[in-house]
Design a protein around this ligand. Structure first.
Ligand code: SAM
Length: 285
């Protein structure tokens, strides 16, 4: 059953053929276990004929699983050697399938062929949060996804207010929709073996927060508030937000009270809707 996917031998052969030594800088850890690949594709609920976006296809482990499930895959890979090889690997292992490889930095793409609706990716760990936020900002066609990330990052993305790991990534992710932990992945399925565990994280895009729904300018204002609030995580909001709300603690207090938020609260207690209320109160102050 795994003959059309990449196992340890195929990964080794491809790396040798391309003279690839995986680099930490690009978060290159390749999955060599077909069962893991099929589990990710199943968890993602990939449907035949839909256009799936994959970021960082690498040697093609997950790509082949997505093609096997009948998806049209658009794959964005920053490493030229990997991007150039991938169509050949797909033709040999999954003939007759539909793959478009884009050789680019995922942090720079602002449009893609095929208007992909679903993201399925084993993300490069060092840039997983910026990549997710960038894609959600620039690709409105993306409605849902399953991504593999470092466990610690996954728990941050899915964290609720009040949790120890709730931080700027949690609020920013919540801006775009709902997030959940969808499974654990052993570090042993990767070559080379990373020194952290991984989780699968699922998301469903929602409406913009607020009533009326927030604008792009409000998103930018909220993200600036969030950055300020969590830069000084242990401080009360009237202090941590003073720099962005009028310059003094008294000015920040007035805005926070106008938004119905306790000026003595800390960022970790606020929902994304709370942050939006603060941004709106600041704009009308
Ligand atoms: N999907 C493959 C797999 O599961 O075996 C490889 C996953 S590996 C964790 C991450 C991949 O992302 C690597 O192929 C790396 O070259 C690529 N990558 C790193 N930074 C990137 C970026 N900014 N844009 C696009 N691809 C990137």
């Amino acid at each position: 059953r795994t003959a059309r996917l990449l196992g340890p031998a195929e990964i080794r052969d491809l790396a040798e053929l391309l003279d690839v030594t995986p680099t930490k800088k690009l978060g290159q850890n390749f999955v060599h276990d077909g069962n893991t690949v099929r589990r990710i594709v199943q968890t993602a609920g990939v449907e035949r004929g839909e256009t799936v976006l994959e970021i960082g296809p690498g040697l093609g482990s997950l790509t082949l699983g997505l093609l096997e499930a009948g998806a049209d895959v658009v794959a964005v890979e920053i490493d030229g050697r990997l991007a150039r090889q991938l169509p050949h690997t797909a033709t040999v292992m999954q003939p007759g399938t539909r793959l478009t490889v884009v050789h680019d930095d995922a942090l720079r793409v602002t449009s893609l062929p095929g208007a992909p609706t679903r993201l399925v990716a084993n993300l490069p760990y060092n840039v997983s949060v910026p990549v997710l936020l960038h894609l959600l900002e620039h690709l409105p066609s993306l409605r849902s996804g399953i991504v593999m990330v470092q466990a610690e990052v996954g728990h941050r993305l899915a964290a609720e207010p009040g949790s120890k790991v709730y931080g700027a990534p949690s609020v920013k992710a919540a801006w775009y929709g709902r997030w959940r932990i969808a499974g654990q992945v052993s570090r042993m399925v990767f070559w080379p073996v990373p020194n952290v565990d991984s989780v699968l994280v699922g998301f469903e895009r929602g409406e913009a927060p607020g009533d009326p729904p927030a604008t792009e300018a409000e998103r930018v204002a909220v993200f600036a508030l969030v950055d300020a609030a969590f830069q000084q995580r242990r401080k009360m909001l009237r202090q941590s937000l003073s720099g962005v709300l009028g310059g003094t603690s008294a000015a920040a207090t007035a805005v926070l009270e106008g938004a119905g938020i306790d000026p003595q609260a800390r960022g970790e207690q606020l929902t994304v809707d709370d942050f939006l209320r603060v941004a709106r109160a600041a704009a009308s102050a």
